[in-house]
Write a protein of this length. Sequence first.
Length: 192
Amino acid sequence: MHIIRDFRRRLFFIQSYFQQPRWDTGISPPELIQFLHSHSTGKALDIGCGTGTNCITLAQNGWAVLGVDFVPKAITIARKKASLFNVTVDFRIHEIIQFMNICEDKFDLILDIGCFHSLTPNKKLAYKQNLPRLLNSSGTFLLYSFLLENNKKPFGISEQDIDSIARILHLDQRINGLDSRNKPSVWLTYRK
């Protein structure tokens, strides 16, 4: 069942980038901008970077940035956008769990806006297991996700997911909100 769901989600994302995906606003969220104003520059990983909007914002603010997404079309667009903005970003086409398993770099910031919540339970577990290894000793993990609503949606982050990450990283801040379609969402800031 998880394999079929994973295949359908992957197909959905691949098809979405042949149009303008509804989540691709071209604007970095205020939570990221606030983080940039209150933290020194360093090395950042944008998980599920899409067309690179947040990678470009990070690079414009002096960060060394690695953006990873499994959709080739999204990465192609991201590379063109980075070139237009005259910033250097290392964009890679890769399935995120495979990438996390082989990555040997350490990051001061790991940013995930909408990737974790679309993963299957097994992939969420592998993702969580890799976080401490990939974060520098004082690193930050910024996570935006839809909240699971009594299992009405096929994806989202559960309270159990939030708590299990808090067992390996310190939960510094939680901001509940609503997305553009009035669905419950959450911004989470974890620190190592």
